[in-house]
Design a protein around this ligand. Structure first.
Ligand SMILES: Cc1cc2nc3c(=O)[nH]c(=O)nc-3n(C[C@H](O)[C@H](O)[C@H](O)COP(=O)(O)OP(=O)(O)OC[C@H]3O[C@@H](n4cnc5c(N)ncnc54)[C@H](O)[C@@H]3O)c2cc1C
Length: 436
């Protein structure tokens, strides 16, 4: 057993506390690795969660990236089976040239299959495709007592529903079988539409959901509750050619202080709105900038400086979405806080596959905020009150400071979930929100 503690951060870089790292390499040896580890522990995928859901300071982290093998690919049916540490990028690289693509992808392709299941991640297609768990045919779950089980919607269905979106707390996912969707090639027929009010955003969302598989919008968070922004919609295009791979850049250093401040925000938002407005209309767009615009600048999270940043992502129900979103944007603007990329999106009505899945019918708003600014936590208190009053919830994958009562109220199936927890698993988040 490795007793040395290694500093580990999640994507928000809010902490760098020591962890006992146990690398998993082969799905057949996970049970032994877990048996030999000090408990409690938690699985760590690729650390793309922003807060503490994948951290266990002072305790064991089973790093799952080494579970990186493909097991089977049925190129007729579009079904892929792989170990849980395989990245969505690796799946796309293998399956896209053969005409298949994951039906649900989050805003980065650098997430593992295990991490995507444990947070039941969503993408721009929620209104047609639901969330990631809707396309998991089955998975293998290893408990810390050494037992393993197959879970799907027809076998151990209760365990499946607890594990999809289960924050890594029901066991270690070792492998999964995923359903893909047919595509002709790597291009999207995309459309950019600027809007100047939140009312217009809701009209565009309602129109787009009938004819576009993917929708999302950027909102200018410094313009107050007015709601100026840019709506993006798209469908897979029939074009088949594959362009030359583009060179990816890396954010070069960690600046001593956050580069995100009132001035840089105002300048960026004005420029970004002008740039996107100039692109109004249709264009064929490659899937990387369409789905994963931030993946072209690796380690962009360093721009917030050594103290890191929070992401705040909420969803509020349709009946109150307009007013609640407007009030939240006003609060953010009045606090002179916000982020370059503020994302607004409407979820569809499809019931979520997991007991603790985040998506629910309504509108989701996501913004980044620098850590170390006193106003940030005060602002979160006001935003929490709006979300609570609206009957909404916060996204655990992005969270580092949600109050316990908001978690309990936001996730009505929590009591149903608790019996499925593995007593050998614990994270900083589970201790914060569940007491153990
Ligand atoms: C730029 C960016 C954009 C994003 N956009 C979106 C988005 O659009 N939609 C969205 O839903 N999310 C989004 N996210 C969040 C991200 O998709 C999730 O946090 C995802 O779960 C991260 O996966 P990971 O492999 O890095 O897992 P980690 O962050 O390392 O872990 C996440 C959870 O999975 C558990 N876990 C990991 N591996 C296993 C395993 N083998 N067995 C059991 N549990 C496991 C961990 O314990 C933890 O609870 C974004 C993140 C970034 C950085």
């Amino acid at each position: 057993m490795n007793e040395v503690l290694h500093p580990v951060s999640s994507w928000g870089r809010l902490s760098r506390e020591g962890h006992r790292l146990v690398a998993l390499h082969d799905r057949h040896h996970v049970a032994k690795a877990v048996r030999d580890s000090a408990l409690p522990g938690i699985a760590f995928g690729n650390g793309r969660s922003y807060g503490d859901v994948c951290l266990n300071p002072g305790g064991t982290l089973w790093t799952a990236r080494g579970l990186d093998k493909f097991i089977a690919f049925d190129a007729e049916a579009g079904i892929i089976e792989c170990e849980a540490g395989v990245l969505l990028k690796e799946i796309i690289d293998v399956t896209l040239p053969r005409g298949w693509f994951p039906p649900v992808v989050p805003g980065t392709q650098f997430v593992t299959v295990g991490g995507a299941i444990a947070n039941d991640v969503h993408g721009k297609a929620h209104h047609v495709a639901g969330s990631f768990g809707d396309h998991v045919l089955d998975l293998e779950l290893l408990r810390t007592d050494g037992s393993a089980m197959h879970c799907s919607t027809y076998e151990n269905r209760d365990w499946f529903e607890a594990t999809v979106g289960g924050l890594g707390l029901t066991g270690i996912i070792t492998r999964a079988r995923l359903r893909l969707r047919r595509v002709d090639g790597p291009w999207l027929d995309a459309q950019t539409i600027p809007f100047d009010s939140l009312e217009r955003f809701f009209e565009l969302s309602a129109e787009a959901k009938r004819s576009f598989e993917y929708t999302v919008s950027w909102i200018d968070c410094v313009s107050g509750g007015g709601g100026r922004g840019v709506f993006f919609q798209g469908n897979h295009a029939a074009r088949r050619d594959h362009p030359m791979a583009r060179r990816v850049k890396t954010f070069p250093l960690t600046p001593p202080v956050s580069l995100v401040n009132g001035l840089s925000l105002r300048v960026f938002n004005r420029l970004y709105y002008a740039l996107q407005t100039a692109k109004t209309g249709r264009a064929e767009q490659h899937y990387v900038p369409f789905f994963f615009p931030l993946d072209n600048l690796l380690e962009w999270n360093r721009m917030y400086g050594p103290r890191g940043f929070y992401q705040y992502q909420s969803v509020v129900p349709p009946a109150v979405a307009l007013e609640a979103t407007r009030t939240m944007l006003r609060e953010i603007s009045a606090a002179r806080l916000g982020s370059f990329l503020a994302v607004l999106k409407t979820f569809g009505d499809r019931p979520a596959p997991g007991m603790l899945s985040f998506p629910m019918p309504g509108t989701t708003l996501a913004l980044d905020f620098p850590n170390g600014v006193e106003r940030t936590l005060k602002l979160f208190g006001r935003l929490n009150a709006i979300v609570r009053e609206a009957g909404g919830r916060l996204y655990s994958a992005k969270d580092a400071c949600m109050p316990r009562d908001l978690f309990e109220r936001g996730y009505p199936r929590l009591a149903e979930f608790l019996p499925y927890r593995d007593p050998g698993l614990s994270s900083a988040m589970s201790r914060r929100l569940l007491g153990s």
